[in-house]
Write a protein that binds this ligand. Structure first.
Ligand code: AR6
Length: 170
């Protein structure tokens, strides 16, 4: 699957068409990658754009311009809070990746970078999130010809190893 890459670093510094944000359902900004994206894109202008969207339900994705990022768009994906796995968390997480990939197809973009949605403040166990993320991306890539690069951008080595291990598994 040559179009999938795993990188360690700050997602806001990547040269990609789409940076995916791990947002909250109010699209109100926050900590983690959301905070970093707001700072880098320009807090005020991104806040204003988000406010006009009227929030975003869990499992869904909304789009804004990327303002000061080098990307064209920010996709705000609202991942599930982890409550132990019995409240539909896997389906909601899968839906975030599926919707983001589908939107990328509609917008004809060539590259997209995902953070590990829900794996920080929302507490989703990374070892359970990684297979969901990769399976959704792989199945979307089978249908999408415009996307040349899908990047899983990680803050740390152990997260990156989780993606690599799963990608390399038979
Ligand atoms: N670049 C790449 N990955 C990052 C970066 C970065 N700059 N910063 C953090 N991560 P989180 P969530 C990783 O907590 O769990 C916010 O307050 C981080 O190590 O950002 O979906 C929102 O407003 C982790 O692996 O998102 C929501 O309220 C992953 O990104 C809530 O947090 C996701 O961690 C969303 O929580």
């Amino acid at each position: 699957m040559g179009r999938i890459e795993v990188l360690i670093g700050d997602i806001t510094g990547l040269s990609v068409d789409v940076v995916v944000n791990a947002a909250n359902s109010q699209l109100a900004g926050g900590g983690g990658v959301d905070g970093a994206i707001h700072r880098a894109a320009g807090h005020q202008q991104l806040q204003n754009a988000c406010r006009q969207l009227g929030g975003c339900p869990t499992g869904q994705v909304k789009v804004t311009p990327a303002f000061n990022l080098s990307a064209k768009y920010i996709f705000h994906a609202v991942g599930p809070v982890w409550y132990g796995g019995q409240r539909g968390e896997p389906a909601l997480l899968a839906s975030c990746y599926r919707q983001a990939m589908s939107l990328a197809g509609e917008l004809n973009v060539a590259s997209i970078a995902f953070p590990a949605i829900s794996c920080g403040i929302y507490g989703y166990p990374p070892e359970l999130a990684v297979p969901v993320a990769i399976e959704e991306v792989k199945s979307a890539l089978e249908k999408n010809c415009t996307l040349q690069r899908v990047i899983f951008c990680c803050c740390d080595q152990s997260m990156a190893e989780g993606y690599q291990r799963y990608l390399n598994s038979p």
